[in-house]
Design a protein around this ligand. Structure first.
Ligand code: 5GP
Length: 191
C-alpha cells in the first residue's frame, strides 16, 4: 500500500536493529484518515470472504480493527491481556510473549463473543516473530470459529513470524513488508 509505505518512510523511526517506531501515526497518535484507507484496503483484499467478526489484541491493534470493522459492518473483539487466573469455562485463554516488552502474558477472550458461527479476520498493527498472531490463531481454533485470514499493517519480513504462519496455510495479507532496516539507512520494503 503505497500511501502507508510513504508514511513509514517519512515518519517512521528505526530503533536499533529490529524496532520500528511509528508513534506519530499508528501506535500513539493515530491518523484516522490513514486508518480509513487501511480499512478500505483490508476490505478490498478480504472482500467476499464472509467476514462477520474481527479479532485483535490490546492495545495497539484496537484502533485499526475498529476502523476496519466499519467496512465489514461487523463487531470487533479484542483479546485482553490478563494478570489473573481466569475461570477456564468462561474464557478461551492462551499465552503470548510480547515482542516489545519481552514478557509473557495470558490473553483471554470471553466465550460469549467468539464461537463456531464466526468467520474471523484477525487484524494487528505489526507482525514480527509471530507470537501475537499465533496466540490469536489459537483462540480462533479453541472457539471452533472459521479463520478467514490475518490483515497486518506492517510486517517485518526479516523476522520469522510471517513465513512460519503462512507455512501453516494461513492467509496473511500485510500492507507494508519491511525487508531490511537500520538506523543508518532507514527502511527498505520487500515489494
Ligand atoms: P510478534 O508477536 O509478531 O513478535 O510481535 C507483534 C506485536 O509486537 C505487535 O502486536 C506489536 O504491538 C509489537 N511489535 C513488534 N515489532 C514491533 C515494532 O518494530 N514496532 C512496534 N511499534 N511494535 C512492534
Amino acid at each position: 500500500m503505497e500511501l502507508l509505505k510513504a508514511r513509514i518512510l517519512r515518519d517512521g523511526v528505526v530503533k536499533g536493529t529490529d524496532v520500528l517506531k511509528v508513534d506519530s501515526f499508528l501506535n500513539h497518535q493515530m491518523d484516522v484518515a490513514l486508518f480509513e484507507e487501511i480499512g478500505k484496503e483490508f476490505q478490498h483484499r478480504f472482500e467476499g470472504c464472509g467476514v462477520n467478526k474481527i479479532l485483535t489484541i490490546e492495545a495497539s491493534g484496537i484502533g485499526i480493527a475498529c476502523v476496519t470493522a466499519q467496512f465489514f459492518s461487523c463487531s470487533v473483539v479484542f483479546a485482553k491481556k490478563s494478570q489473573t487466573k481466569n475461570i477456564a469455562r468462561a474464557v478461551y485463554s492462551t499465552r503470548v510473549e510480547s515482542f516489545t516488552h519481552g514478557r509473557v502474558y495470558d490473553v483471554i477472550v470471553s466465550r460469549q463473543f467468539l464461537g463456531p458461527q464466526d468467520r474471523v479476520l484477525i487484524i494487528d498493527d505489526f507482525l514480527a516473530n509471530g507470537a501475537a498472531l499465533e496466540g490469536l490463531l489459537d483462540l480462533v481454533q479453541q472457539a471452533g470459529a472459521v479463520l478467514v485470514g490475518a490483515g497486518i499493517v506492517i510486517e517485518k519480513a526479516f523476522q520469522p513470524g510471517g513465513d512460519r504462519i503462512r507455512a501453516q496455510g494461513v492467509r496473511v495479507e500485510s500492507l507494508a513488508r519491511v525487508k531490511a532496516m537500520s538506523e543508518a539507512h532507514g527502511v527498505e520494503f520487500a515489494d
